[in-house]
Design a protein around this ligand. Structure first.
Ligand SMILES: Cc1cc2nc3c(=O)[nH]c(=O)nc-3n(C[C@H](O)[C@H](O)[C@H](O)COP(=O)(O)OP(=O)(O)OC[C@H]3O[C@@H](n4cnc5c(N)ncnc54)[C@H](O)[C@@H]3O)c2cc1C
Length: 468
């Protein structure tokens, strides 16, 4: 019987997984493994999530998941040599470095008579196959959606996971013993435990709750951070704990605007991967070259105030504190805090991208990079640079009663709705009445919105002139 390694990476689930389907259909004897490479730059919230997710996957695999630490090619070669492995199976990743690594491994093990097979279970479509009719990549979302995804229907793999046939070996018992010493996490992650249940069961529950309580009203409600209308599935999707096909399929027969808008959000993720695959420099370079000459400011005090949620703009501070407390931030607020950092503070988007990378449980190389370039106006199909969100107007519109602000900025909880979006509009006497002293309990705004807006617009105009 052929012995195969299932190499789990961004697909930490047993259901609707092309690799597992192949093993069952072809009666493979399998060694499921995860390789933790300490040189990959996972953010600290992601490390915490990964650890919980591996414990959950190990349970789904009846304690058969083997965890290794080190360079994947060395680990795999060792296993090939010691266990008579003939196949290494994995689901594709789409970052250039990952693709290069996979190709290197294929070349190395080929000499040992081992076959590597790549499947596609992390996206709805392989980005290699989502080109325009003229065989070039899309740069604009709407035609990408219309031509590639609009009328898609999805089939799921149907197999009995009881039929997975594991190789019995010494690694099977190790995971819980070595996880703590392999993936180091920090103390502040303890609080994430009360917010999230990483793993397949947690993901399935989130989908169920969303379909019954969140989907109805999603198209409008998804913009409201004070309401629970979004699925909160992003970290589960990022780690592949639930199949993206399964999510798409769960709404494919619901013919409502809400279901369509939700499906389109899933396709935004596909679009981010499409951009990442075809423009790999998206991760660290402006897609619009003219921004390479942009004069960003290097103000560390402003950056720190932004990171800590101490800017004096309550919606920004609520978002940044939600992020630090829960490892998550509502999408609308991600756009507002992003615009504030890049446009009002004129700080390079890469600092925002880095902070999100470290603190988001759903930190995803494609969605994070593409979204930051979108917010900054430097990306492919991006918000134009001159569109600058006003955080106070946005706050009044999307958190009208200040519930979201009060939850994460409790020092403002007694301020009436009318003023909660900008408490510095109140005089000192009224502020004292509401229990807030600006400058000590809560900061004065760190910048003036209209001055910084004009500054950004004029910097942009200069850039346009110098490059036209
Ligand atoms: C500056 C910035 C950075 C971001 N960084 C990330 C990131 O690192 N990882 C990440 O998954 N999302 C990122 N997003 C996109 C979006 O904010 C999150 O996917 C969403 O808030 C997750 O919440 P949810 O699962 O409840 O979303 P829902 O509204 O329920 O959407 C369902 C799923 O669709 C996908 N999705 C939704 N919106 C987007 C989008 N704009 N781009 C790509 N995929 C989307 C996600 O997988 C999400 O789980 C970022 C957005 C911005 C503006």
């Amino acid at each position: 019987m052929v012995k195969s390694i299932i190499w789990f990476r961004n697909d930490l689930r047993v259901s609707d997984n092309a690799v597992i389907n192949y093993c069952i259909e072809n009666k493979r004897k399998v060694l499921p493994i995860y390789i933790y490479d300490p040189f990959t730059s996972l953010g600290s919230a992601s490390k915490w999530w990964l650890k919980q997710s591996l414990i959950s996957l190990d349970k789904s695999l009846k304690g058969s998941l083997a965890l290794f630490e080190g360079e994947p090619n060395k680990v795999l070669l060792d296993l090939v040599n010691n266990h008579g492995i003939k196949e290494i199976l994995w689901n594709a990743r789409y970052l250039k470095d990952d693709i290069n690594q996979d190709n290197d491994i294929k070349n190395i093990v080929k000499n040992h008579d081992v076959n590597c097979i790549t499947f596609h279970s992390c996206l709805l479509k392989n980005p290699q196959n989502t080109l325009k009719k003229d065989a070039t990549p899309f740069k604009v979302y709407t035609p990408f959606y219309k031509q590639q995804y609009q009328d898609m229907t999805y089939e799921l793999f149907n197999y009995n996971t009881e039929e997975i046939d594991f190789i019995d070996c010494k690694y099977n018992e190790q995971i819980s013993k070595i996880l703590d010493s392999t993936i180091k996490t920090e103390k502040w992650h303890q609080k994430l435990l009360s917010e999230w249940t990483p793993g397949e069961a947690g993901a399935q529950k989130k989908l169920k709750v969303f379909l019954s309580d969140g989907l109805n009203g999603y198209s409008e409600g998804r913009n409201r951070p004070d309401k629970q209308h979004t699925s909160m599935l992003s970290a589960h999707i990022r780690f592949g704990e639930i199949s993206i096909r399964e999510i798409a399929k769960s709404v494919e027969k619901i013919k409502t605007e809400d279901a369509e808008v939700f499906y389109k959000e899933l396709v935004w993720r596909e679009f981010s991967y499409h951009l990442l695959y075809h423009f790999p420099h998206l991760v660290d370079t402006n897609l619009q070259k003219k921004f390479d000459n942009f004069k960003w400011l290097d103000n560390q005090d402003h950056l720190k105030s932004w990171q800590k949620g101490m800017t004096g703009y309550p919606i920004i501070d609520a978002g940044m504190r939600q992020l630090y407390e829960t490892g998550y931030m509502h999408n609308r607020v991600r756009m507002i805090v992003g615009s504030f950092l890049v446009k009002n503070l004129l700080i390079h988007w890469k600092y925002g991208q880095e902070w999100f990378w470290d603190t988001l449980v759903d930190a995803d190389i494609a969605s994070n990079s593409a979204s930051w370039q979108w917010v900054a106006g430097t990306g492919a199909d991006a918000a134009p640079y001159f569109r600058i969100f006003n955080p106070v107007t946005q706050s009044k519109k999307f958190d009208p009663d200040g519930d979201y602000i009060r939850k994460y900025v409790p020092e403002l909880k007694n301020i009436p709705n009318k003023y909660i979006h900008l408490p510095s509009e109140l005089d000192d006497k009224s502020l004292i009445e509401y229990g807030v002293k600006l400058g000590s309990d809560y900061p004065y705004p760190i910048v003036d919105l209209s001055i910084t807006r004009e500054r950004a617009l004029s910097a942009f105009k200069k850039l346009s002139k110098s490059t036209s």
